[in-house]
Design a protein around this ligand. Sequence first.
Ligand code: ATP
Ligand code: MG
Length: 575
Amino acid sequence: MKLSKFLVPTLKENPADAEVISHKLMVRAGMIRKLTAGIYSYLPLGYRSLRKVEQIVREEMNAAGAQEVYLPVVQPAELWKESGRWEIYGKELLRFRDRHDRECCLGPTHEEVITDLVRREARSYRDLPINLYQIQTKFRDEIRPRFGLMRGREFIMKDGYSFDTTEDGAERTYLEMRDAYQKIFTRCGLEFRSVEADSGPIGGNFSHEFMVLATTGEDTIVSCDSCDYAANMEKAETGTRSVSFPPPAKAPEPVITPGASTVEQIAKFLGLKAENIIKTLILKTENGPVAVLLRGDHELNEVKVKNFLKVADIDMADAATIEQVTGGPMGFSGPIGLENIRILADRTIFNIESAVVGGNKPETHLINVDPRHHFKVDDSGDFRAATEGDLCPRCSGTLRLNRGIEVGHIFKLGDKYSKAMNACFLDQEGKERFMIMGCYGIGVSRVLAAAIEQNHDDDGIIFPPPIAPFTAIITPVGAKSEPINKVAGDIYEALWKSGLEALMDDRDERPGVKFKDADLLGIPCRITIGQKALSQGNVELRNRRTKETILAPPERVVSEVQKLIESWGQLPHAE
Ligand code: ATP
Ligand code: MG
């Protein structure tokens, strides 16, 4: 491939709408162009890299026994009505009508279509298990498409779905997919973690997200510094130590706290730390209001409360509800004297010896409150968001918080869709049973962006070799001369013959321009052919990541490039 003939429109300036580095660099390197919000065209370089990610995904899915299919993008509303998602899927689902006035949508995911296919084609236990996947364009009308390929409206996903006859079988398939995902992201050259995610009503440990570690990630990963516990923020449990105190010497006492209703204001007013305050959150659920008690410096984890209460939705109560439930205004709620409402307490509040709580009266708080003696709660448990420095829930280690980008998600679905859509098979006794499903997604286009978030420097992209658009770029420099062109051409041929993809920078540009572009494009190895080194029988090889250069005679270039690629995995990540 000759760069002079390739559509690689590099730019010097960052695009005005780009906030994150992968977006800036992919546009500047001529890999992608925006068509409209959240919708991008892939140019030749971008598409080459994308295809590499796809190929790794495909090979590992095939190796794990999954079969590739290709399902329609346009889906009829009837299937979504059957599963019940037509009503509950938000505006991300792009709905429209065809010329016959039939309701349709663009597929944001394919549970309905695949369940419909499999319920028709697999009727007996002999036809199962089956695991099908596709690599395809998805459309989700995201409210805030941003960060280039990271959160697009149109994006490329690998989505896979498995159908088993038993729970055990479905769990085995789940673990096989987990292994396949480990292999995929390792082969892509990424530093990632697999973290426990919330599996909702399914329970158990059957939802994992795969996170690429990058400071710009939108997600928070909680992990232990001494064991392998790792979870996303929604799921992350916290460990506790309990502390014992003597019985309280004082009774609760009201104090007037004029204008102080937030934890910060009260802490300041009373000269205390936030961790000595208990905040009482009044929440609304479909089963009525509940109160949740948290330490002042902690945040609520809504998912934990939802799962505990087995409710679909929770929301902060409005002032009128708070007034009705507590008898006091918003900002002054407290557990003492609170009746006719279920009270949940995060267990860390019991480690506060002398706490401050709301007084359920205007401008009033109570001090000297002992949570073990001065009020009663209905349930206590882990209801808060994990924080940096918390105790690990599995060992005596410490929890750390890091940023990550979700590139994959695997989930045991159980019989959610098979029940709703009546996907049954006949078992060995001839009895009809629901299929047990799992689903497995990878954001293929997001992987590419995440790889760049994790691997770049001030000069541009530093592609991990397995997903680089080319392995090497050959840059002949200096005055055009027959020997330089000949050596460049020979090296180009030799590299391709050995299965190493090379790009020839044959443009009539100054060396500085060529070097800058080679760095921007992030091609792992640059091979420079110039008069001076060549007069001594050498060319120069430069490692994009370490910036180290070595000299080698042209006939050794292939083995040197191979060496460079092999040593890549041993280097620390660039970010
Ligand atoms: P997110 O929380 O980031 O919106 P999600 O939970 O909606 O993701 P899934 O439905 O599990 O995502 O989709 C599977 C994978 O598809 C995700 O792990 C992610 O890598 C990718 N993905 C999801 N939404 C987008 C998007 N808008 N743009 C690019 N990739 C996406
Ligand atoms: Mg989403």
